[in-house]
Design a binder for this molecule. Structure first.
Ligand SMILES: C[S@@+](CC[C@H](N)C(=O)[O-])C[C@H]1O[C@@H](n2cnc3c(N)ncnc32)[C@H](O)[C@@H]1O
Length: 293
């Protein structure tokens, strides 16, 4: 079921924003296959973040929930199982990612789950449409973080909660810095310009909380969530990073194979210095914010 578009919707994004949106769509559509292939691994890897959001929202059985940047469907699918008499709308800019989400909803027999393509910065819903909103690892990629926060505030009912996670800084995320550190010793790996979409764009918790307040939310709490990436081999780590993590793929695919081999060897030495077959668990830190309209 689709929700009727009303005049309160935000107008079309500006050209720069449109470029960012199209670049994000292209990239996430390209990686939807990898996300599908690595679904169990990824969902396990991000489990604590999902649980924090689901617990914070504590949705009623008949709640109307919006999951923004739902990707392959989490936490929307878990929320749908908690609101059997309600409806969960999974919104994402990537049709490819949503296709995976739809498949998972069907496999689980969830009939209260709707996937809809759209931009977080111009939500295609009327004011005060939802009891609760979730957004796991989305804000960093939106064309305009503040516009997206304002839009979520607009479509949330008064008193409703938004629970969202964003990646914490590099020091909390050895799962990515282990590989990026090795890449940087061999190749150019430019950081995105300040304010541009990227993994650590919202990593300063005070600055991000201030942006949510500016959008009209009251910040009820925030916490650092510690997930863990558990790989049974370096090959598994390497495979995941090369099929799911877009900037890594973009850099390594164009590189000389001998350099890629040197980077892989360095990663192997870092992860298993004593020749052990199993890498140590790798920390993955995110900030979770629970805010009220
Ligand atoms: C890291 S994934 C998170 C997916 C899912 N929430 C999860 O945690 O498994 C980021 C998602 O943000 C989506 N995205 C990027 N820009 C967007 C935008 N402007 N509006 C809506 N979704 C967007 C991407 O398509 C991608 O699916």
């Amino acid at each position: 079921m689709q929700i009727t578009q009303q005049t309160t919707e935000k107008s079309q994004p500006s050209t720069g924003a449109t470029d960012i949106l199209h670049a994000q769509q292209k990239s996430w559509n390209r990686f939807a296959h990898g996300w599908h292939k690595w679904d169990d691994f990824t969902m396990d890897f991000l489990r604590q973040q999902g649980a924090a959001i689901v617990e914070a929202l504590d949705v009623e059985h008949d709640a109307k929930v919006l999951d923004v940047a739902s990707g392959t469907g989490e936490p929307a699918l878990t929320l749908a199982s908690r609101a059997p008499n309600g409806r969960v709308t999974a919104l994402d800019a990537s049709s490819g990612m949503l296709e995976v989400a739809r498949g998972k909803a069907t496999a689980r027999g969830l009939t209260n789950f709707v996937a809809r393509e759209g931009d977080a910065c111009a939500l295609p819903f009327a004011d005060a449409s939802f009891d609760a909103i979730s957004c796991r690892l989305g804000f960093m990629f939106f064309p305009d973080v503040d516009a997206a926060a304002r839009e979520m505030h607009r479509v949330l009912k008064p008193g409703g909660l938004l629970a969202t996670t964003v990646w914490a800084g590099p020091q909390h995320n050895p799962w990515i810095t282990t590989l990026v550190g090795a890449i940087k010793r061999h190749l150019d790996f430019p950081s995105p310009p300040a304010g541009a979409p990227g993994m650590f764009r919202c990593a300063d918790p005070d600055a991000f909380a201030a942006r949510l307040r500016t959008a009209g939310f009251q910040v009820e709490r925030s916490q650092l969530i510690g997930d863990t990436m558990r790989c049974h081999s370096v090959a598994q780590y390497w495979g995941f990073m090369n099929e799911v993590v877009a900037p890594v793929v973009a850099t390594l695919q164009g590189a000389d194979p001998s350099i890629v081999a040197a980077i892989e060897a360095e990663v192997r030495t870092t992860l298993t210095p004593d020749g052990a077959s199993t890498p140590p668990p790798l920390a993955a830190g995110a900030h979770c914010f629970v805010v009220r309209k």
